[in-house]
Design a protein around this ligand. Sequence first.
Ligand code: MN
Length: 454
Amino acid sequence: MYTTLRGWLDHLQRTGRLSVAEPGLPLRHTVAGLANRLAGDSATLFPRPGGHTMPIVAGLLGGRTWISEAMGVPPADVPTRYGKACAEPRPVREVTGAPCQEVVRRDVDLERQLPIPTHNELDSGAYITAGLLITRGPAGQNVSIHRLQVSGPDRLGALLLPRHTFALFGERERAGQDLEVAIVIGVDPLTLLASQAIVPLGHDELEIAGALRGEDLPVTRCVTSDLLVPAEAEIVLEGRLLAGERAPEGPFGEFPQYYGPRADRHVIAVDAITHRAEPIYHTIVGGGLEHLLLGAVPREASFLAQLRRMFPCVRDVHLSMGGTCRYHLYVQIDDHSPGEAKNVVLGALALHYDVKHVTVVDADVDVHDPSDVEWAVATRFQADQDLLVVSGAQGSRLDPSTADGVGARMGLDATVPAGAAPGEYTRIRVPGEAELEPSALATAAPGRWQEKIR
Ligand code: MN
C-alpha cells in the first residue's frame, strides 16, 4: 500500500514510470507541456522549476491500471472496492509531530514560496490545481478539489461549483462569517482518489481514504484552525473563504477542453503555509489525462454503487474519454424487464448534473469500449422510440453549450427491444476464434510468398 506521495513515486520509479526533467524548466507552459507529452507513460519530476528550490511532480495517475495498482486490486474490482470504501468509511486518527508541519510559515507569498505553474494558453495566470480543499460543516469535514487562481501574495480566486464546499460556505456567509479552509497539496494516490468520491454532504472524504488504504488515515490539526489534514502531505495552505468577497477569476483551461470564463468568484485569504522540510509540489494539468482520470474512476464507482441499489439489473458503467470523463455515461444492464432500460436512464441522469448523455446497453456490449457502445446505438436504437430528452435541466457550467449550466439531458436506450424475434439480435461470431494461437498457425510471408502457396 502506498501511503505517501513519496512511496508512490518510489513504486513508479521501480516500474520505469518516473521521468526527471531538465532542471530549471519555465513554470509558464513548459511544465504543463512536458507533463502532457509524458502523461500515461510516466509521471514527471521537475527539479528547480522556474528557479524554485521546491520540485514539481505531475502525472501521478497515468491510466486506469495505475489506479487499480494504487488500490491494490485488479482493474475489474476497482468500482466495487471504491464503492465499499464509500459505504464503510474509517475514522481518521489524529497524530502530532506531522511531517506536513515540519516547516510553519506565517509570512505568505504564494508565488515566491511555491512553484505554481501556468498551464494552458489562455489561463489567467498561475493556478494551484491539485489542492484538496478541506472545510468543516455541522456534519463534519468535506474534501474537494477546486481550481485556485493566484490573485495576490496571499489571495486565491476559487471556482466553487454548486456542491458541498459551495453549500457549506453559503451557510456561513449568510451568517456573515468566513469559512476556514485548508488546501492540501501532495498526497498519496488513495487520498487523491478519495477526494473525488460522489457521496452525500456530511461524508468525510478523508474517512473514505482510510477505508481505501485499510487503516485509519493519520491526520493532524492545522496551526491556525481546528481542521484536520492528512499528516503525511507535502504542503498545506491554511486560510479562509471570505464572506461577502468576490473577485475576477479565470479564464482557466478545464476538463471539457475549453476555458472556464472569467467572472467574479469566491476569494480565499491564505494565513499560513506549512510543509515538509523538503516538500514536493504536485500539479494537475488542467484538462490533461490525470484531470480526466480523476474525474472518471471515482465517479464510475459511486455511480455503479448507487445504480445497483436502484436497479439490480445494472452490471457496469463507464465514463468515456470522448465525453471528457464526465458527460457521457455508458451503463450495461442484464436480465432487465421491458421498459426498465428507460428507468435506468432516468436514474442515471439524476446521479450528478455532469451526466449529460446516458447510453444503456445489454450485457453483450463492452461498456469500456466506446466503439462497441456506438455499435449498439447504430443497430439497436430507434430515435423515435428509444430517445429521452429533458429540456432546461441543471447541467455542467463548464459545458459551453449550456446556458450558464442549464441545458438538455439525453438518454439513449440501445438495448435489444423487448419482444424481439429470436435470432434477430444474435451477434455474429466465428466459433473457436478466441482460442486460436495465430503465432503457432501462421508466420510472416517471406520475400517469395508465391512459393509458399504451392
Ligand atoms: Mn463531499
